[in-house]
Design a protein around this ligand. Structure first.
Ligand SMILES: [Zn+2]
Length: 169
């Protein structure tokens, strides 16, 4: 596979290259949505990289928080469709990350309740707020989704092209 640096530079380069294009080809009212998609694309490529399925620079980038990705790294075979599948890879990583964070919040809530403390925030109402938010900001959610999927797709295509080129030469 190409090194993490190659993936990072391709992600950053294409994201930065896309920003002036939005100014040239899109009407002003849709530009913020395109920028949101570009930001999501960069986040997807850099922080939610498909190579979180292996001990990679993307995995180590999370610092101490990489512990959140440890089960993912151990459970998901490297370059399988779960991590590198077009479209599904990044969406499954978001589902995984949200799931892990919710588990932590629910766990913390449960532990605090045992010792007689209660969190001021109720995770159930958070979930309801999040659902409301998704329905209120549908266009923004679509922009985020498109960027997310594109970030993972560029990674997978680069991996694929690299493997092909290696076979040919
Ligand atoms: Zn990869």
């Amino acid at each position: 596979m190409p090194s993490g640096k190659v993936h990072d530079w391709v992600t950053i380069g294409t994201a930065l290259g896309a920003i002036p294009l939005t100014g040239m080809y899109l009407p002003p009212e849709t530009r913020p949505l395109a920028w949101l998609a570009i930001a999501s694309y960069a986040f997807s490529g850099i922080w939610l990289s498909s190579d979180l399925d292996v001990d990679s620079s993307a995995y180590r980038r999370w610092g101490p928080l990489r512990v959140l990705w440890y089960p993912y790294q151990k459970l998901v075979p490297h370059r399988s469709w779960i991590s590198h599948g077009l479209g599904v890879g990044p969406i499954l990583r978001v589902v995984y990350l949200v799931g892990v964070l919710l588990l932590l919040i629910f766990g913390l809530n449960w532990v605090l309740a045992r010792v007689g403390l209660a969190l001021q925030v109720d995770p159930h109402s958070w979930l309801l707020h999040a659902t409301d938010w998704v329905f209120t900001y549908q266009r923004e959610v679509w922009a985020l989704l498109i960027g997310l999927v594109a970030g993972g797709a560029v990674h997978s295509l680069l991996d694929f092209a690299h493997t092909r080129l290696k076979r040919w030469f």
